[in-house]
Design a protein around this ligand. Structure first.
Ligand SMILES: [Zn+2]
Length: 162
């Protein structure tokens, strides 16, 4: 199976960010997007539309590829999606921008200058999002997220630090 690409509806933004954190190409709907537009976006971009909305899932018999989830919280939704797609939560951690999904680039020497002194000692990796024009480094937040991805990978559906 080729690596799946996703489009999370606006109710599943947090799940979408975890998928991005794992390295999956994941679009997240903008609030107010029409159902039909989402189905068309999923089709045009070759994505699975992930939703908890049964009304949206009525398009299932159309041309859209729709995954209807039923779980209520983010870890349980991640578990449910994993049963459908065998998600590799450590496939390429933090290789995509969590905010916009763009593949990150290694930070240049100049971009490293933006990493604060206090973070330098513990950060061995810094990455740059050309879309957001922002530099990201492995601070405590990223380390906590990495622990959560490791939990998910082991089938432990808890979010570290919550
Ligand atoms: Zn970005």
């Amino acid at each position: 199976m080729p690596t799946p690409r996703f489009l999370c509806d606006e109710m599943l933004q947090r799940l979408g960010r975890w998928l991005r954190a794992a390295g999956y190409d994941t679009a997240i709907a903008t609030p107010g997007d029409e159902d039909r537009a989402l189905v068309e976006q999923a089709r045009d971009e070759g994505r699975w539309l992930v939703t908890r909305d049964r009304h949206l899932a009525r398009f299932r018999n159309g041309d859209g590829r729709i995954v209807l989830l039923e779980a209520n919280d983010t870890p349980a939704l991640a578990a449910e999606l994993s049963t459908r797609f065998r998600i590799d939560w450590l496939s390429a951690p933090f290789s995509r921008c969590l905010d916009c999904n763009t593949p990150l680039r290694p930070a240049t020497a100049e971009q490293w200058q933006q990493v604060p002194e206090s973070a330098l000692a513990r950060s061995t990796v810094a990455r740059y999002c050309p879309t957001c024009d922002k530099v990201f480094w492995e601070g405590s937040h990223v380390r906590r997220m990495r622990h959560t991805l490791e939990h998910f990978q082991r089938g432990e559906w808890i979010i570290a630090g919550d």
